[in-house]
Design a protein around this ligand. Sequence first.
Ligand code: KG4
Ligand code: ZN
Length: 360
Amino acid sequence: MALILGIESSCDDTGVAIYGTPTSNGQNNHSAHLLAHVKASQINTHLPFGGVVPELAARDHIKHISPLIQACLAEANIELSQLSAIAYTQGPGLSGALLVGASVATALAMSLDLPVLGVHHMEGHLLAPMLEPNAPDFPFTALLVSGGHTQLVDVSRYGNYKILGQSLDDALGEAFDKTAKLMGLDYPGGPLIEKMAAKWHENPLKASAEPIKFTRPMVNRPGLDFSFSGLKTQVRTFYNASDKSEATKQQIADAFQQTVVDTIVIKCQRALIETGHSQLVISGGVSANQFLRQRIAEKIASNKVKVFYPRLEFCTDNGAMIAYAGYQHYLQRVDNDELAKDYAFNVKPRWNIETLTDSV
Ligand code: KG4
Ligand code: ZN
């Protein structure tokens, strides 16, 4: 029985949410659930710069974080005094942005005499599908595809994560963003590439166009690692030599998307064989991509393998996943009597998810 306020501020979205079991008159008459979640996006702040400007991100978090906490409490109809703990994203992410969430969470916890819990951002993404009515059970294989990470993870239980493979260079979201930027599209480029690619399929020029064939990265090599920087070079070379017309951009967006999604599908199939799992979780910003979801549905989902995603708004960064992960940490630590109220804090801009195994 616990109620957790979760704060996300690792990059360019400020998210706040409350997850758990509210009590009234000391009686717990609900099962754990998401009570409220609110978010402020910084897209307009960073748009003129074509990418996230870390210092501006931190300032934006400062501006939004307190009003969002108040709005979230109001939406959930919860008083601060009803909370059991405060969870925040401790890393990985931009250090200035992380520090805003860490300092606000710690100060609030200290003033309320509550425990404070540092959550790993990618653990939040990985557990986000648990917020859905049809949630996966342990164990499962997770594909995490965001702006900073591309990882296949073997998940045996809460807090026990083994990386099976990961990107050796650009993350998948970053590859989408760089392809978009090359062709003069705004940031974040992932959703715009998806739209451009869809337009190609409606374009009458498609019928007579010579297909573009990019090499699918790393599929002929064994193992579960990814690499997207060679593809980036292929796309740049092709684009620079092209007529740069709208139709060409659409066709490149489509070819790029097909190539990376093919690679993802092959690696997921391999990972499922290696783990023997019958459940695949896909989360992180790129999991919002409908073409990816469609291909996974065609090639992987079956009566032997079930695939799980977060709802669309929880694919990208949000407070709900941090409140949920914080809730699980809280339950585990309450059981082990490990909920120290230590208000010294640090952030972890680089943080390997495998190291969580010992701490939870
Ligand atoms: O998880 P997220 O919000 O932040 C990080 O933890 O990085 O992921 C953001 C990334 C961006 O690179 C963005 O372009 C990508 O996710 N993204 C998409 C789509 N929506 C967001 N990429 C492809 N298709 C989409 N629909
Ligand atoms: Zn993220």
